[in-house]
Every structure is written in structure tokens, then in C-alpha cells.
Design a protein around this ligand. Structure first.
Ligand SMILES: NC(=O)c1ccc[n+]([C@@H]2O[C@H](COP(=O)([O-])OP(=O)(O)OC[C@H]3O[C@@H](n4cnc5c(N)ncnc54)[C@H](OP(=O)(O)O)[C@@H]3O)[C@@H](O)[C@H]2O)c1
Length: 229
């Protein structure tokens, strides 16, 4: 399947790599290809410059946002939350139309330092804002509740025995993404929280995630939903 990833940070890179390992054909999108490839500094988390990473992943095409969106039959939004509407606008609504758009973003606001707050919450979510701005796309909120390394490699903790939470308004899109998550990446437990208003809870969860990471001293963890039966 042709996959278009919007975003070149650790999430975009990890998901791109995961899809390639699973046999998919991936393009990754950015604002400015030359500018991206010319960067020499590590990011704030110590990840290498994009060009260093890409030298070992040169089977992944690097394009502007519109090129990656046009390439993909399934799209992943892995852009910074504050820049997502801008990024998707650059991708072009015509390139999003009728496609699954997996939204991994969190609406983080670091303007007052750490821990971050949310720039949209409670009665709205970034995923809903994206869906409203691009009504012809089928937004599936997923993957935002875990660190990048687990998204396409759940086996990295607890033998993969933990939960992928998702939501969205389009049942077919959710079913198709769930099948990919299971078959391409080995997710065993996928829980559908219902329509896209569930993104309010999924995005708010990041505040708990940040506290848990501080307590555990590692981002390599996830939740598992358990019931009595
Ligand atoms: N890091 C994690 O483990 C993790 C886990 C769960 C969810 N998330 C969420 O996943 C998303 C990606 O996170 P990340 O850590 O990989 O990277 P990030 O630094 O949050 O985002 C990097 C990407 O956002 C793009 N971008 C930033 N500002 C933009 C703007 N104004 N217009 C258009 N594009 C813009 C960058 O474009 P260029 O390529 O042009 O620089 C780059 O592709 C975020 O929403 C984050 O909250 C992250």
C-alpha cells in the first residue's frame, strides 16, 4: 500500500520506518525538502538531523507535504500540533479527499514551560478541528497515547500485550486502520472509543502520560485496558 507521512520528527520517521518494514511504499512530507536536508543540528530530544537518519532509510521518498499526501492511499499526520492545520493546508485538501488520515498529534502548548498545557481541550480537540477543516478526509485519531517507538512496534514492551486506543467518525476508516495495525504491526488489543469526540479524552491523556513518564523514568510504556471478563 502507498503511505504518505506528513511530518519528519521522531513520530514521522518511526512510522515511516514501520510501514517500510511491513512492506509498504512510503513518502514522507515536510515544508521544505532542501531546508530539511541541510539541517545539521539534533532535535531537542537528541534525535539526529533528518539527513543522517534518511541516509539509512533512503527507500523512503522525501517530498513537500503535497507530494507525500498525493502519494499516499493512507495518510498519517505526524506534524507538530500547533502547525497541523498549516501542514494539512499545504498538503492540499484534494490530496486528502476520501483517504484515511491517521492523526497522531497532541495539542501541546509549551509557552509556559514544562509540563505543557493543551491549546484545545474539554469541549473540542485538535482532531475535530482537523476533521472540520478537511471534511473530505476520514480522520482516525490513534497512536497519540504512546511514544513513537511503540506505534509500529508494540512488541517493544510487554510482548505487545497493551492497548491501542482510537476513535473517529468513519467506521470503515477505523476498521481499515485497525486491520493494518493488527496485520502490519502486530497490535493485539485495539479499542475503538467511538466517534471523533473521543479525541478530547485521547488528547487530554497526554497530561497523564507526561506525569507517568516522569515517574517511570522512561517513555517506553503503555496502558492496557483490563476488565473482569
Ligand atoms: N514524540 C513522540 O513520541 C510523540 C508521541 C505521541 C504523539 N506525538 C505527537 O506527534 C506529532 C509529531 O511529534 P514529533 O515529536 O515527531 O515532532 P514535532 O517536532 O512535534 O513535529 C515535527 C513536524 O512538524 C512540522 N511542523 C512544525 N511546525 C509546522 C508548521 N507551522 N507548519 C507545518 N509544519 C510544521 C515539521 O515540519 P518540517 O519537516 O518542515 O520541519 C515537522 O515535520 C506531535 O503532534 C506530537 O505531539 C509525539
Amino acid at each position: 500500500m502507498r503511505i504518505g507521512i506528513l511530518g519528519t520528527g521522531i513520530v514521522g520517521r518511526s512510522i515511516a520506518q514501520g510501514f517500510v518494514l511491513a512492506g509498504h511504499e512510503v513518502a514522507i512530507g515536510t515544508r521544505d525538502v532542501d531546508g530539511l536536508m541541510a539541517r545539521t543540528e539534533e532535535d531537542q530530544m537528541g534525535n539526529p538531523p533528518f539527513a543522517v537518519w534518511h541516509a539509512e532509510h533512503d527507500d523512503i521518498a522525501v517530498t513537500r507535504y503535497a507530494g507525500a499526501a498525493a502519494h499516499g492511499e493512507l495518510l498519517v499526520n505526524a506534524t507538530n500540533g500547533a502547525g497541523s492545520i498549516e501542514a494539512l493546508t499545504a498538503a492540499g485538501e484534494e490530496n486528502l479527499a476520501g483517504k484515511i488520515l491517521v492523526d497522531t498529534t497532541n495539542p501541546l502548548d509549551f509557552s509556559k514551560g514544562f509540563p505543557p498545557t493543551l491549546f484545545v481541550a474539554n469541549t473540542d480537540s485538535l482532531a475535530e478541528q482537523i476533521q472540520a477543516a478537511f471534511p473530505s478526509a476520514h480522520v482516525v485519531k490513534a497512536w497519540n497515547t504512546m511514544t513513537a517507538a511503540l506505534m509500529t512496534n508494540p512488541a517493544a514492551v510487554a510482548d505487545g500485550d497493551h492497548t491501542l486506543l482510537l476513535c473517529g467518525d468513519d467506521a470503515d476508516a477505523k476498521a481499515a486502520f485497525t486491520a493494518i495495525a493488527r496485520e502490519s504491526f502486530g497490535w493485539k488489543d485495539v479499542v475503538d472509543l467511538g466517534d471523533l469526540t473521543g479525541a478530547r479524552a485521547l488528547e487530554a491523556y497526554v497530561t497523564l502520560w507526561v506525569r507517568a513518564m516522569g515517574a517511570l523514568g522512561t517513555p517506553l510504556f503503555n496502558i492496557r485496558l483490563v476488565t473482569a471478563s
